[in-house]
Write a protein that binds this ligand. Structure first.
Ligand SMILES: NC(=O)c1ccc[n+]([C@@H]2O[C@H](COP(=O)([O-])OP(=O)(O)OC[C@H]3O[C@@H](n4cnc5c(N)ncnc54)[C@H](O)[C@@H]3O)[C@@H](O)[C@H]2O)c1
Length: 318
């Protein structure tokens, strides 16, 4: 099988490329990424991947890149909630129109398409655990553009019999995630501060909770979905229905590092979701063999990645 990954030089994309190339059923992987937030270096560990530098707004490039592919995993996106309110049209174009170009390229070559959406579509206060059947309540253009991307994919499935699968990602964390990443990601911020000996900045009381999902689990599900050419008629939450508070994460980091960590509480950020938790029953039904993640082991792997990256960075500077 040959797979095209859009946004493959991003955090989730680079982890996915590595996993796809390790799968027996997959022979070749091509990435289309404009490297706006992605980095070609993230693909250094993925021998044999072909990187096409370009945008999902370039319909011709996408058509060429998708030729001969069995599946497209569409991860390319602009992904900052605050930025989306400052640049709504740019977000609509990349996340909405860009998805249409991806779907057209896939349709032309008869590829399965997997589209990354977000729990942001549920809005600020969904009843928990958030079920796919809830009416979406987007409160940012990032969320509304992801909802548009979902709807476009499902419409192509219905109108053209295109095999499509839409996943709503929750809070994904793990190796290769930058601390300056545009998505408000608490784990890399905490881990980076912890390994640098700086205080951990906690907005509010730290009792807010998140359904944290290790990137290893996300890429396992995506790879399985490609290999089994899975489709579904509606969006599917990609999370495990667990809730961890920020203070729980700090405590687990202290356990892993074997020392207490300095914390600094700041005022709560306007617009931050208080609690997030997925209804994961549909995911479990579609992927019955899916192993629940070992959160502590995955957090330790993230710490390890940050520690070694720091050594590499300081070696480079000298
Ligand atoms: N990380 C999370 O917790 C999370 C949560 C919910 C949804 N998501 C979704 O998952 C996907 C991947 O997220 P990520 O965390 O890896 O983000 P990321 O920013 O690391 O990756 C996105 C990639 O898309 C590329 N890109 C942006 N605009 C592009 C364009 N016009 N053409 C081609 N490439 C373009 C970027 O260069 C980057 O490599 C995104 O669609 C995001 O919305 C992520």
């Amino acid at each position: 099988m040959k797979v095209l990954v859009t946004g493959g030089a991003g955090f989730i994309g680079a982890n996915l490329v590595e996993r796809l190339l390790a799968a027996d059923a997959i022979d070749a992987v091509t990435v289309v990424d404009d490297l706006s937030t992605g980095e070609a270096d993230r693909l250094a560990g993925s021998d044999g991947v072909e990187l096409w530098k370009g945008s999902v707004l370039d319909a011709e490039l996408l058509r060429d890149a998708a030729a001969g592919c069995d599946a497209v995993v569409h991860l390319a996106a602009l992904a900052s909630v605050p930025e989306s309110l400052e640049q709504p049209v740019a977000y609509h174009e990349v996340n909405g129109t860009g998805t249409l170009h991806v779907l057209d390229a896939a349709r032309e070559h008869g590829c399965q398409v997997i589209v990354a959406s977000s729990a942001a579509v549920y809005g600020q206060h969904p009843p928990l655990p958030a079920s796919e059947s809830l009416p979406p309540q987007p409160t940012s253009v990032y969320a509304s553009s992801k909802l548009a991307a979902e709807a476009h994919a499902l419409a192509y499935g219905n109108a053209f019999d295109l095999p499509v699968l839409v996943f709503r990602f929750f809070n994904v964390f793990g190796p290769l995630q930058d601390v300056g990443h545009t998505y408000a990601a608490v784990v890399p911020a905490f881990v980076s501060a912890a390994v640098s000996g700086e205080p951990l900045l906690i907005f509010g009381d730290g009792q807010q909770t998140r359904d944290m999902v290790p990137v290893g689990s996300v890429v396992s599900v995506l790879t399985d979905a490609v290999v089994r050419r899975m489709t579904h008629t509606g969006p599917v939450n990609l999370a495990f229905g667990t809730r961890r508070s920020l203070l729980d994460i700090v405590a687990e980091l202290e356990q892993i590092l074997g020392r207490p960590l300095d914390r600094r509480h700041l005022p709560p950020r306007a617009g931050d979701v208080r609690h997030s938790q997925a209804d994961h029953r549909l995911l479990r039904r579609l992927f019955p063999n899916l192993e629940p993640p070992d959160f502590t082991a995955e957090l330790a792997a993230t710490v390890d990645w940050f520690q070694h990256r720091r050594v590499a960075a300081s070696t480079h500077i000298r």
